[in-house]
Design a protein around this ligand. Structure first.
Ligand code: FAD
Length: 295
C-alpha cells in the first residue's frame, strides 16, 4: 500500500537521514532505518549529496523506506549543475520505485558556473509538476533566519511564495535553535498568504565541533543558553550530547505548545539520539495529536 503523508494526523513527526559516503554498503543505513521506524515516523527523508554523501543511493534508500518498511519515503533532489535530462532520469527511477514524495531543492552553489539548466528550486518544481503532474507530491525548503544568499527576509519570502504557488504541498524548515525566531518568521509567512504546512527542522546538538560547523553552514543563531552549555560541557562528549538532547526535546515540547504543524528531526543517522529525544516528547506529541483530532 502506498503510504500517504498528507492523510496522517497533525502535528507530523518526521526524520531525515543521509546515505553513506562513497561506495560504502547500505547495511549501516538500513540498520539505522530499522531503529528509526520503531518510533513511528510519518515519513523519513533521504538527503541527496548533502555533506558529501553519495547521490546514487538516495533513490534506493527512499524506495526501501517506502516499499520494505511501508513508511513514507521522501527523496531529496537538487537541481544545481543538472540538465533536464539528468533530472528526468532520476524522476523516472523514483516513479518506477514507487517513491511519490520529493523534497525539491536547488542545492548549494560553489560558484555561479555550477548552475546548469536550473537556477532556482522553483524551476525544478515547475519542471516536476509540468512533466509529471500529480505523480509526485513536492515538498520545498524554507529558512526561518532567511537563506544566507537572500538580501532580506522580505526577498526570501517573496521567492518562497513564488515556489509555493507552483504546487508545493508542504515546507520543511532549515534547522534553528530559537523558537521565538521561528514563530515570528512563521507569522510573516502567513501574512504573505503562504498556507502550506511548515514542518520545523530540529537538529540536536551532539558535539561542540558540530555546532560550529552547522552555524558556519547555515548561519543559525545560537541562543546564549546553548552557548553556555556548549562552553561548559563541550570538552566532554557524553555531557554535551546529553545537554543537546535535552535542549532539542525542550525545543520540540515548546514548539508543540505553539501549535507547530510538524517536527522534522535531522537525525544525522544517530538512532540512539532519536530514541532519547523520542522518549522525552512522545506523550506530549500524542496528547497534541489527540486534542487536534477531537476538536
Ligand atoms: P531556492 O529556493 O532556489 O533558494 C535559494 C536562494 O535563491 C534563496 O536566497 C532564495 O531567496 C533565492 N531565490 C529563489 N528564487 C529566486 C528567484 N526567482 N530570483 C532570485 N532569487 C531567488 N542540499 C543538498 O545538497 N542536499 C540535500 O539533501 C539537502 N537537503 C535539505 C533539506 C532541507 C530541509 C533544507 C532546508 C536544505 C537542504 N539542502 C540540501 C540545502 C539546500 O540545497 C540549500 O540551502 C540551497 O542553497 C538552497 O536550496 P533551496 O531549494 O532553498 O533554493
Amino acid at each position: 500500500m502506498m503510504e500517504n503523508f498528507f492523510t496522517k494526523p497533525a502535528p507530523s513527526y518526521t526524520f531525515e537521514i543521509f546515505p553513506p559516503k562513497g561506495n560504502k554498503s547500505l547495511e549501516g543505513t538500513y540498520a539505522v532505518i530499522d531503529s528509526l521506524v520503531s518510533f513511528n515516523p510519518d515519513l523519513i527523508s533521504v538527503t541527496y549529496g548533502a555533506g558529501g554523501s553519495s547521490r546514487d543511493n538516495t533513490v534506493e534508500i527512499a524506495s526501501g523506506i517506502q516499499n520494505k518498511y511501508h513508511v513514507c519515503g521522501v527523496a531529496h533532489l537538487t537541481c544545481v549543475g543538472s540538465t533536464r535530462e539528468n533530472i528526468r532520469g532520476i524522476l523516472e527511477q523514483l516513479k518506477a520505485n514507487n517513491v511519490k514524495n520529493i523534497l525539491a531543492l536547488r542545492g548549494d552553489l560553489k560558484d555561479e558556473s555550477d548552475l546548469g539548466e536550473f537556477h532556482h528550486a522553483s524551476e525544478l518544481i515547475e519542471f516536476i509538476k509540468g512533466e509529471y503532474g500529480d505523480d509526485f507530491d513536492v515538498f520545498a525548503a524554507c529558512y526561518p533566519e532567511k537563506h544566507p544568499e537572500a538580501d532580506s527576509v522580505e526577498d526570501d519570502l517573496k521567492h518562497l511564495k513564488e515556489k509555493c504557488k507552483l504546487g508545493v504541498k508542504a515546507l520543511i524548515s532549515q534547522l534553528f535553535f530559537d523558537n521565538d525566531i521561528f514563530s515570528n518568521w512563521k507569522e510573516r509567512v502567513r501574512d504573505m498568504g503562504i498556507t502550506q504546512p511548515i514542518i520545523a527542522g530540529i537538529m540536536p546538538i551532539t558535539s561542540a565541533a558540530q555546532i560550529s560547523k552547522v552555524v558556519e553552514m547555515c548561519g543559525a543563531s545560537v541562543p546564549e543558553r546553548v552557548r553556555r552549555f556548549v562552553n561548559a560541557y563541550g570538552h566532554h562528549a557524553g555531557a554535551v550530547k546529553e545537554a543537546g538532547i535535552a535542549y532539542a526535546a525542550e525545543q520540540i515540547i515548546d514548539l508543540l505548545a505553539r501549535d507547530v504543524e510538524g517536527i522534522h528531526l535531522y537525525t544525522m543517522n544517530q538512532a540512539d539520539t532519536v530514541r532519547r529525544i523520542d522518549a522525552g516528547i512522545r506523550s506530549v506529541l500524542y496528547t497534541k495529536r489527540y486534542e487536534i483530532s477531537h476538536n
